[in-house]
Design a protein around this ligand. Structure first.
Ligand code: HEM
Length: 572
C-alpha cells in the first residue's frame, strides 16, 4: 500500500514538474498580448473562459466585452494564460487569401518584435489548427473523423466526403426530408388531439432532434433510428441527454484537469487520456456504440459494392457509399482506413443532427414571438401550394420563396448554434482585423501579431451581430434585412455572409444539407400549424444556455432539460 502511495505521489510530482516547466517555456515563447485591452482577470485559476461557460445566457458577456473593447481583445483562460478573442471579421484577410504570406514587420509595446504576417486566418491553409485539448475531447466523442484531424489528413477526409455533400447529391434527399416531415406532422397532430394535452402545448425542442436524427441516419448511412416512432436503439438512448448531463455548467476540477493537458507535450497529454473524466467516459461510450452500429452497415455496403460492378459510381454518393469507395481506394492520398470510416458515423450524427434541430427550435421561437412574420410566411407557402398543387415543392421552389428564406437566414444569424470555436497559431503569425481596435496605449491597430501556440477564440456569434456589418438593429430580429439589398462591409462564410457555418477549409461540410433540411421541415410545419406563446407565459422564461451549443432552457430550471414549450394550433 505504501509503495503504491509513493508511486502515485511520484507520478503526481513528475506531472506537476513537467507542467510547470512546460508552462514556463510556453509563456516565455508567447508574445505578450498585454498591449490589447480586455476584461480584468476574475480568478487566477479559472479566468474569462470559465466565466463564458458559466454565464446565465449565451452571448451576454461576449456582447458586453465587444462593446467595451471592440472586435478583438485579450481575455484570460485557465491558469492565468491569455487568449485572444476575435469577432471573426477580417474580410480583408479572407479575400487576401490568395496573396498568402504578406510579410511585414510589426512592433507593439509589450510584443517581442518581429512578426511574420499572413492574411489567411482559417481560410486557405491549416495555420490555425484546433488546440490539443479541444481535439482530445472531441476525439473521445467522434474518434478520428473529419472534425478531429488536421492538415493533410483533414484534406484527405474532406476530399473523400465532399461528393456526398454536393448540391446535386443533396437534391436526392429532399423527398426523404419531406416524407419525414409528414410523419412529424402526423405525430404532432396526434399530440394536439390527445385529450390529456388540453393546452396543446408541445415541447418542440424534444421533438425536432428526433426527425433530424432519423434523417441523418437514413440519408447518410441507410440506418433507421426510428426515433420519431419512439423506437429505442442503443445509440439513440446513449445520445439522449449526452450533453445536458455532462456539458452544462461543468465542474471546476474537470475544466482544470482538461486545461492542464493543453500545454503538455503531446506524449504526456496522451498518457493522461488513460485517466478520462466522467464526461469523457460517457463520450467514449457513445463513440464505441456508434462504431458497433456502423461496422455491420459498412461491411454490408462494402460487400454489395464488390458485387455491383455494373452500377456507375455516380449513382451512389451518399455518405456510406463514398466512405466504402474511399476505403477501397488504393491511392494512400485518397484512402480512408477502417477506423477513420467508422469514426465518420459518430461525427455525422453529432455534427449533423442536434445543430439543425436547435436552429429550427430557435426559428420557431422567433416566429412565435413575431406572428406578423409567421403569417407572411404562411401566405408565401399558400402561394407556392397554388403553383405546386399536390406535388411537394422542388429545391428550386423552396429557394424561390423570398421571405421564407430570409427568415431562415435571420434565424441562423441570431442563433448560431456553435457560437465560438477555438484555434491556436501553428507558427508566429499576424491576424488582420477588418475593423481597427484601440490598444491600451490608445493606438489604433488593424492587425494583431501572435506567437506560435497562441490560443484564439473565434466568436462566430459576435460577428453575426456586428453593428458595422448588420446595422444598428444588429441585435434585433428583422428578416427584412436579407430582402432589402444593403451594402455590407464584409463577405464572409459559406452562406448569406454569416459565420454560423464557419468559413474556409474547415467550414461546415453539411451546410447545404442543413439549409435544405430546414427549408423542407419548416415548410411542412408552418403549412399545417400555427405557433403561439402558451397562455401560462412560460415562453418568457426561456434562455439560451451556454453549453457548447446554444440550448433553450427555462430560467433556473435546468434540471428539467431542454425546453421550448409552444402552443401548437392546427391550421384550418
Ligand atoms: C444549422 C446546422 C449546422 C450548423 C450551424 C453547423 C455549424 C458548423 C460549424 C460552425 C462548423 C465548424 C466547427 C469547427 O471548425 O470547429 C461545422 C463543421 C462541420 N459540420 Fe456542421 N453545422 C450544421 C449542420 C451540419 C450537418 C447537417 C452536417 C452533416 C450532415 C454537418 C457536418 C459537419 C462536419 C462533418 C463538420 C466538420 C468539417 C471539417 O472540419 O472539415 N453540419 N459545422
Amino acid at each position: 500500500m505504501i509503495a503504491f502511495i509513493v508511486k502515485v505521489s511520484l507520478v503526481l510530482v513528475l506531472l506537476s514538474a513537467t507542467y510547470i516547466i512546460c508552462g514556463i517555456i510556453h509563456r516565455y515563447r508567447q508574445r505578450s498580448l498585454s498591449f490589447l485591452r480586455g476584461p480584468a482577470k476574475t480568478s487566477i485559476l479559472l479566468g474569462a473562459e470559465y466565466d463564458l461557460l458559466h454565464q446565465e445566457e449565451t452571448g451576454v458577456l461576449e456582447e458586453k466585452w465587444l462593446s467595451e473593447y471592440g472586435t478583438a481583445f485579450r481575455a484570460s483562460t485557465y491558469y492565468s494564460e491569455d487568449m485572444l478573442v476575435v469577432a471573426v471579421s477580417p474580410s480583408r484577410c479572407l479575400s487576401l487569401a490568395s496573396i498568402a504570406m504578406v510579410k511585414r514587420k510589426v512592433n507593439y509595446a509589450g510584443s517581442k518584435g518581429l512578426a511574420i504576417c499572413d492574411c489567411n486566418f482559417g481560410e486557405s491553409s491549416y495555420r490555425f489548427p484546433k488546440p490539443q485539448d479541444v481535439r482530445q475531447i472531441t476525439t473521445f466523442l467522434m474518434g478520428r473523423g473529419i472534425l478531429n484531424v488536421e492538415g493533410a489528413i483533414h484534406n484527405r477526409h474532406r476530399k473523400a466526403l465532399n461528393p456526398a455533400f454536393s448540391a446535386k447529391q443533396l437534391r436526392q434527399f429532399l423527398g426523404l426530408f419531406q416524407r419525414s416531415t409528414g410523419r412529424l406532422v402526423a405525430k404532432w397532430q396526434q399530440e394536439i388531439d390527445n385529450p390529456a394535452n388540453e393546452r396543446s402545448v408541445l415541447n418542440v425542442t424534444a421533438w425536432l432532434p428526433k426527425i433530424t436524427l432519423d434523417v441523418i441516419g437514413e440519408s447518410a448511412f441507410n440506418y433507421k433510428f426510428g426515433s420519431l416512432d419512439g423506437e429505442e436503439t442503443e445509440l439513440g438512448t446513449i445520445f439522449e441527454n449526452l450533453f445536458v448531463e455532462s456539458r452544462l455548467y461543468p465542474r471546476k476540477r474537470q475544466l482544470l484537469y482538461r486545461a492542464l493537458r493543453r500545454n503538455l507535450p503531446a506524449s504526456v497529454a496522451d498518457f493522461l487520456l488513460q485517466f478520462p473524466t466522467k464526461e469523457e467516459k460517457r463520450f467514449l461510450g457513445f463513440l464505441n456504440a456508434s462504431k458497433r452500429v456502423a461496422r455491420p452497415l459498412f461491411e454490408r455496403a462494402s460487400n454489395e459494392k464488390n458485387t455491383e460492378n455494373d452500377v456507375q459510381d455516380d449513382d451512389h454518393k451518399d455518405v456510406l457509399s463514398v466512405l466504402v469507395r474511399a476505403n477501397q481506394e488504393e491511392d494512400p492520398r485518397k484512402a480512408l482506413n477502417e477506423d477513420e470510416v467508422l469514426s465518420q458515423m459518430a461525427t455525422m450524427i453529432l455534427a449533423g443532427h442536434e445543430t439543425t434541430a436547435s436552429t429550427m427550435t430557435w426559428i420557431l421561437y422567433a416566429l412565435t414571438k413575431s406572428p406578423k412574420d409567421q403569417e407572411r410566411i404562411y401566405q408565401e407557402i399558400r402561394e407556392m401550394r397554388e403553383l405546386t398543387g399536390n406535388q411537394e415543392p422542388t429545391p428550386q421552389d423552396l429557394d424561390s420563396m423570398n421571405f421564407f428564406n430570409a427568415v431562415i437566414k435571420e434565424g441562423l444569424r441570431l442563433y448560431p448554434i456553435v457560437p465560438n470555436i477555438t484555434r491556436e497559431a501553428q507558427s508566429d503569425d499576424v491576424i488582420p482585423l477588418e475593423f481597427p481596435v484601440t490598444t491600451v496605449s490608445g493606438d489604433e491597430i488593424f492587425q494583431i501579431p501572435v506567437s506560435k501556440g497562441q490560443r484564439v477564440m473565434l466568436c462566430l456569434g459576435m460577428y453575426n451581430r456586428l453593428v458595422q456589418v448588420w446595422g444598428d438593429d444588429a441585435d434585433q430580429w428583422n428578416p427584412e434585412r436579407f430582402i432589402k439589398p444593403s451594402k455590407k462591409n464584409t463577405t464572409l462564410g459559406v452562406y448569406a455572409n454569416l459565420m454560423t457555418f464557419s468559413a474556409g477549409l474547415r467550414a461546415c461540410i453539411g451546410w447545404r444539407f442543413a439549409v435544405m433540411e430546414l427549408q423542407a421541415i419548416m415548410f411542412g410545419l408552418l403549412e399545417k400549424f400555427e405557433f403561439c406563446p402558451p397562455a401560462s407565459g412560460e415562453l418568457d422564461e426561456i434562455q439560451a444556455v451556454p453549453f457548447g451549443l446554444i440550448i433553450p432552457m427555462k430560467r433556473g430550471k435546468w434540471k428539467e432539460g431542454k425546453q421550448m414549450p409552444l402552443h401548437v394550433k392546427t391550421r384550418k
